[in-house]
Write a protein that binds this ligand. Structure first.
Ligand SMILES: *Cc1c(COP(=O)(O)O)cnc(C)c1O
Length: 409
């Protein structure tokens, strides 16, 4: 009871790690647990038929949301699995055509780690760098493509710094060279208009729990025409999902995913404008009250939902501790499982000192102006308190030493 109360007062600014399930999504899912509980593979009776009907209705909604055809959607357990299926599935099928794959240094671990495994299996992976704003140049992709390149994988929007990659241009470069293009669109779907046909993606991964749907369900878009993309499955079994993903479907999750897409399709435009205003208010508020702050990542090619800032002389862990009741994250959500400094900020050339002081604020559907004003005040006070304990900060202020505090632009 008490804990629930505390949490309801807490301010959640970690929407890029996960989102709450929208109450409308939850309402759509509820009967699927108890009443419409059938196995969609059991088509011989009404329970199975009803479940199959629900799955296909959801598939149509998910497909429509990204401009795909229903038969181009493969349901998975989330974007991690979708990324694995895309990368390993293409690698296995096209290995006789070539064994070279091109990606980018700021990708999510669920792209970089499968590619590292593929490298161990004899594939050659080129990891391209980004500029100081976090953007990958399509010309760099073009230069990296070789006769034996089979796949280019570049994310649409970054989870730590919100930076948008020029995926349409990159897809065009890949297409020109007859190379498949995969994009991890997990952070783009639901936040910016994302249409696979407009972009020219051959494969795209995304997940329900970042768009107010449930955890444990995601999708991989697999192009059916021009070209028809072939994939080898990772899981073998009953041959569900056109043989690409065996295992009984997560029907409640899939229904929730469909509902989440339907809601996002209607509210995306308005919501993004509103959230962008709140993000700018947060950014300006902090910048006007705190010195020696640096915004990480491009401020132009960026999601409206994200603000990533380094606070000179303030370790992110000590800042976050002082922000009790405000949920933000140090670099990426996996930072606790993996205490290495952020590979994304490293790729931007952010100095090590500033990587350790980076905090990600991510806003979403339920963020209010009042919450933003509270966060601005709390952050300003917390930074002041931490710096007040830092003899180095005092020395730097007096100009006696140089350091991260000098890092600008
Ligand atoms: C969250 C996230 C993933 C992983 O999604 P899961 O559904 O949690 O497996 C992959 N890529 C990006 C960019 C993400 O933000």
């Amino acid at each position: 009871m008490k804990q629930g109360k505390t949490r309801s007062k807490a301010i959640y600014l970690d929407y890029q790690a996960t989102t709450p399930v929208d109450p409308r999504v939850f309402a759509a899912m509820k009967p699927v647990f108890t009443k419409d509980f059938g196995n969609p593979a059991s088509r011989g009776h009404a329970f199975g038929a009803r479940a199959a009907e629900l799955v296909e209705a959801a598939r149509a909604k998910v497909a429509a949301f990204i401009g795909a055809k229903p038969e181009e959607i493969v349901f998975t357990s989330g974007a991690t699995e979708s990324n694995n299926l895309a990368l390993k599935g293409v690698a296995e099928i096209y290995r006789d055509k070539g064994r070279h794959i091109v990606t980018c240094a700021t990708e999510h671990k669920s792209v970089l780690d499968p590619l590292r495994r593929l490298a161990g299996w004899g594939f050659d992976v080129t990891v391209l760098g980004v500029d100081r704003e976090g953007v990958l140049a399509p010309a760099d992709v073009e230069r990296a493509i070789r006769p034996d390149t089979i796949l280019v994988s570049v994310m649409a929007a970054n989870n730590e710094i919100g930076v948008l990659q020029p995926v349409r241009e990159i897809a065009a470069v890949a297409k020109k060279r007859d190379v498949l293009f995969h994009t991890d669109a997990t952070q783009a779907v639901g936040k910016i208009p994302f249409n696979v046909a407009e972009i020219g993606a051959d494969l795209a991964s995304f997940t329900a729990h970042k768009i107010y749907g449930p955890k444990g369900v995601g999708a991989l878009y697999v192009r059916r025409e021009n070209p028809r993309v072939r994939l080898a499955p990772i899981l073998d079994g009953g041959g569900h999902e056109g043989g690409l993903r065996s295992g009984t479907l997560n029907v409640p999750g899939i229904v929730g995913f469909g509902a989440a897409c339907e809601i996002a399709a209607k509210s995306l435009k308005e919501e993004t404008v509103r959230i962008g205003r709140l993000r700018d208010r947060l950014m300006k508020g902090i910048l006007s009250r705190v010195d020696n702050v640096h915004v990480n990542g491009s401020t132009r090619a960026r999601l409206a939902h994200n603000l990533n800032m380094s606070f000179g002389w303030v370790e992110s862990e000590s800042l976050i501790k002082r922000l009790e009741g405000i949920a933000v994250s140090a670099a990426a959500a996996c930072a606790t499982a993996n205490p290495e400094p952020s590979h994304v900020l490293k790729a931007l050339g952010v100095p090590e000192d500033f990587i350790h002081t980076a905090v990600r604020f991510s806003l979403g559907r339920f963020t209010t102006p009042k919450e933003i004003d509270t966060v601005i005040a709390r952050v300003a006070a917390a930074v002041k308190a931490v710096r007040g304990l830092s003899p180095l900060y005092a020395m730097a202020k007096r100009g006696e030493i140089e350091g991260a505090v000098q890092w600008k632009d």
